[in-house]
Design a protein around this ligand. Sequence first.
Ligand code: RTP
Ligand code: MG
Length: 143
Amino acid sequence: MAIERTISIIKPDAVAKNVIGEIYSRFEKAGLTVVASKMKQLSQADAEGFYAVHKERPFFNDLVSFMTSGPVMIQVLEGENAVLKNRELMGATNPSEADAGTIRADFAQSIDENAVHGSDSLENANIETEYFFAKEELCPRLR
Ligand code: RTP
Ligand code: MG
């Protein structure tokens, strides 16, 4: 299986719940390694740019407003099959449909405030990584 990198964001609701460590622990137990991380208060422009693909969707303004409501924790995860593995750990977008034991089942309250973001493809993982991190901020360890 290929070694991949993906972007994970712990959203403002989960940061406010003080479960950053619990979520990191799930990444580590699944064999994903944190190779970059930063806490950031997203500006309106940061959030609008990040979710530009959704700008015509009815939930766009609420999404931007939620993502700027408090700090987020952004990390690059590296490991075998990292994009899909992270999506599996996250669970379904709507926490009421998320499998038991997933991050969203355990920490999210609604489809709007759903604890985490994860890149949905390797291509988007690369775009999102460049959006938030300079090359020098990545510290790969699996070599
Ligand atoms: P994310 O991008 O945050 O990892 O979530 P996702 O891939 O599971 O879901 P996506 O379709 O990319 O949607 C991005 C975020 O928009 C909110 N959303 N609300 N009310 C709605 O129907 C609706 N659909 C999506 C969610 O907060 C979702 O995480
Ligand atoms: Mg998405």
